[in-house]
Write a protein of this length. Structure first.
Ligand code: NAP
Length: 260
């Protein structure tokens, strides 16, 4: 039976890049009666909302803050929506080795990329029904350990593993979860990643894709109930490398590549 509750799609990181593109494409697909756009910058969220046909609500939240996560839980408890879609796109990385990335940046990366993503997912799940969909934005960095992006790559491996196991637990509920693992994408990511003492430890971001293509492919993979969306042949190749090549060999290859 169709639920009479308001259908809501939750998109974290909706103020920029991949999250903003998810907001645009989910708007076109009319997956919800309201899009909740979640990030820290209210003005940017309002600007994204103004582009959309579906009504939207800017939810200003720092997802590294337990208080702000609690705010989202309260909002969901008060409104009791039917969450048809959850996209966790909020996240960031830093280039540099263990000495050049600050303690604060390392903690924030773990808090946002891992804890914030898990908490948002757990907040949304009780409001999901058969047919609800989840896309967790991981990265091709999840496929192997990456020196000079060590915490970032580890955080994305966490997202990939978490999503795969959650998906297994959701078997039979009709809720589909997909981990999106793209290589480089043209967004605000690079500027943030380079803002550290080791910001130039990674050279050119080879083969950058546009966010629209990545998101279109992610939505297609999720519609097909795939566990992982690579979104490019390069990422699919890296996924294979991660499975068959010893990590020390992959890390040596990456160490050459990042100097280009
Ligand atoms: N671009 C790439 O090459 C690439 C490749 C693979 C995976 N990814 C992943 O894709 C996801 C989206 O990144 P992007 O490439 O679209 O970069 P982006 O343009 O910098 O977007 C990052 C988003 O995260 C939000 N955010 C950052 N810190 C936050 C916090 N503490 N609380 C809430 N929201 C926060 C930002 O909004 P506010 O600043 O307004 O809070 C922004 O909306 C990330 O998880 C990233 O790791 C990116």
């Amino acid at each position: 039976m169709e639920s009479s509750r308001k259908r809501v799609a939750l998109i974290t990181g909706a103020s920029s890049g991949i999250g903003r593109e998810f907001a645009r494409q989910l708007d076109r697909q009319q997956v919800a009666d309201e899009l909740w756009l979640i990030a820290r910058k209210e003005e940017a969220l309002t600007a994204v909302g103004a582009e959309l046909d579906t009504p939207s609500r800017p939810v200003v939240a720092d997802l590294t803050s337990p208080d702000d996560i609690a705010k989202i839980r309260t909002l969901l408890a008060e409104e009791q929506p039917h969450v048809t879609f959850l996209v966790n796109a909020a996240g960031f990385g830093k280039f540099g080795d263990w000495q050049t990335i600050s303690d604060a940046a390392v903690d924030a990366m773990i808090d946002l990329n891992c804890r914030g993503l898990v908490d948002t997912t757990r907040a949304a799940l009780p409001h999901m029904e058969r047919g609800s969909r989840i896309i967790q934005v991981a990265s091709a960095a999840a496929f192997a350990p990456l020196p000079h992006m060590n915490v970032y790559a580890a955080s994305k491996a966490f997202v990939l593993r978490y999503t795969r196991a959650l998906r297994w637990e959701l078997h039979g509920t009709g809720i589909t979860a997909t981990a999106l693992c793209p290589t480089w994408v043209k967004t605000g990511f690079e500027k943030v990643a380079r803002a550290s003492g080791g910001g130039h430890d990674v050279g050119h971001l080879l083969g950058e894709q546009d966010a629209a293509t990545v998101v279109r492919r992610a939505l297609g993979a999720n519609r097909l109930h795939l566990a992982v969306a690579c979104a490019s042949p390069q990422s699919a190749a890296l996924r294979l490398v991660g499975k068959v090549v010893p990590d020390c060999v992959t890390m040596a290859g990456w160490d050459l590549l990042r100097r280009l």
